[in-house]
Design a protein around this ligand. Structure first.
Ligand code: HSE
Length: 316
């Protein structure tokens, strides 16, 4: 009997995408939470999901319906058509939270599978593969979670065909209060409510703010960054899906948040600050507001962090 191949474990971080004016093209990787995936070569070609933990039994186990399975199948199709990969998923991120949970599983799976196969792909080469996972998860292959989850830092996707991604400078004093209220928002639903067409003046304003945001990051100017993180197109529509969001945002702004908005499609809400202690204070405010409205959840203070990486390499 053939000896079992060693498992290789990889981690991919949670992400905060959109960041106000950057709908579907801007996101950042958090330093703290994320998903872990183990991969190993198998005798049978194709992808098999052996186990999933931490999802409360909610995620599909069939590889072709699971973001990690779909992403690794795309990797095999393109780079190793004869090979077989088994996956074990350990969800660290809540589902339907707006923290890029589906993307994190796909990215960790790709990094683990890439190492198991010895392909040595660059993170940018994996973005397209991970986007295939997003397509099955929510019906849109948006890149703004998987690009920062793979590359780390703050990432702007300027084009998807062909893919072009740019890592923007990360101000070192940027702190993020991240609070996930106790309700779920399905990304597909949160995309269905968006307007198909946007009036020209609002589009111009949004473009100007995204330009300002990039400028602020290059200048390391956190006040300017806060000024740029305003979204009059997507946020007002999605705010209706998150009980208590508008009150929580108003309270965070009153308490001096540089900015406060929805992370991805929500319901996670983030507030920016220029110090850890300010971010801790904002976290308490978000917690109080969401608890008051009856949707208490979980939060933490974080910073921008690195992208997906291998955690363990097997001994030979
Ligand atoms: N840009 C995507 C959206 C992110 O807002 O729908 C989903 O987490």
């Amino acid at each position: 009997m053939a000896r079992p191949r060693p498992w290789i474990e990889a981690f991919a971080p949670a992400t905060v995408s959109n960041l106000g004016p950057g709908f579907d093209c801007l996101g950042l990787a958090l330093r703290g939470p994320g998903d872990r995936v183990r991969a190993r070569l198998s005798e049978r070609s194709g992808v098999k999901i052996v186990s999933v933990e931490g999802d409360g039994g909610k995620l599909p186990r069939e590889a072709e319906r699971n973001t990690a399975g779909v992403a690794v199948a795309a990797l095999l199709r393109r780079y190793a058509p004869e090979a077989g990969i088994e996956l074990e998923l350990h969800k660290g991120l809540p589902l339907g939270s707006g923290l890029g949970s589906s993307g994190a599983s796909a990215c960790a799976a790709l990094v683990a599978a890439d190492a198991a196969l010895g392909l040595g792909l660059a993170p940018t080469q994996m973005v397209d593969l991970a986007r295939e996972g997003e397509l099955v998860a929510c019906g849109a292959a948006h890149p703004d979670n998987v690009a920062p989850a793979l590359l780390g830092g703050i990432v702007l996707v300027t084009c998807v065909e062909p893919l072009r991604v740019i890592n923007l400078p990360v101000p070192k004093d940027l702190w993020i209060a991240v609070y996930t209220p106790g309700c779920q928002v399905n990304t597909a639903d949160a995309r269905r409510v968006l307007p198909g067409l946007v009036p020209l003046p609002a589009t111009v304003q949004q473009a100007a703010r995204l330009g300002l945001l990039v400028h602020a990051l290059h200048e390391g100017d956190l006040a300017l960054l806060g000024e740029a993180i305003v979204d009059d197109i997507v946020e007002p529509v999605r705010a209706q899906l998150i009980p208590g969001f508008l009150d929580a945002k108003a309270a965070a702004q009153e308490a001096g948040a540089l900015a406060c908005s929805i992370s991805g499609s929500g319901p996670t809400t983030f507030a920016l600050a220029a110090s850890a202690s300010r971010a801790e204070a904002l976290l308490l405010i978000l917690e109080e507001c969401f608890s008051l409205i009856g949707v208490p959840g979980k939060g933490h203070v974080d910073q921008v962090g690195p992208g997906a990486r291998v955690l363990s390499t097997p001994l030979h």
